[in-house]
Design a protein around this ligand. Sequence first.
Ligand code: PGA
Length: 253
Amino acid sequence: MRTQIAAANWKMNCTLQQAEDLLNKLSAVTDFNTSNKIAVIAVPAPYLLLAKQKLAHQANMFVAAQNCYIKNYGAYTGEISAEMLQSMGISYVLIGHSERREYFNENNAMLAEKINIALEYEVTPIFCCGESLAIREADNQNEFVAQQLKDALFHLSAAKIVKVVIAYEPIWAIGTGKTASSAQAQEMHQHIRKTLEIQYGSAVADVVSVLYGGSVKGNNAVEIFSQPDVDGGLVGGASLIAEEFVTIMNALK
Ligand code: PGA
């Protein structure tokens, strides 16, 4: 069975004190240790080591960075390298979140490089894809998402792509309170798996975890996660409330 993942994306939220409070609550969770489920907490970069320390005893909880740069080291003020993440024991990184694409001009060619460097340093990329409202209204979402996968991921070998997690996040559902219906999510996730299968074969397509993101909450997670091709979620707003995120973790199948 594919790994089921509840991923939290804190984005640029929380003071140090708020981050500590949230991490203490996650650190106190005692009933989340089954073999195929994990939680991944993407915290702002200044809190990565704190999160690592607070969650060290949680066998099924991992810490993620929200971004990394395409270079290893050097004169790139403000950036974070995959090598730095590896050296800190950070095992996941979000790549290509729609906010990075929109506000920081990240395109698929650059994201392909980020994917490569993350894999080189054994930091698992959670690659985000998803269409805007205009693309959905024109009914072009399937072609658009397939193109994002091709441009950013399909240069990878089969041995490498199985190390990538994909997060489908329709932009019109992010932070809007408007969730894709579970049928819409399933339809796109099936399409993503089919696209992987055409490129790599079914053995590969069957093992890649594909998460849904966009207004996942405690009260809709069970319904969305129960879809056969949905392997968990990438959660923004609701991940800032510990109880709500724990409910979402417990909604994994
Ligand atoms: P949201 O954000 O859950 O607040 O919609 C999801 C995301 O951007 O990853």
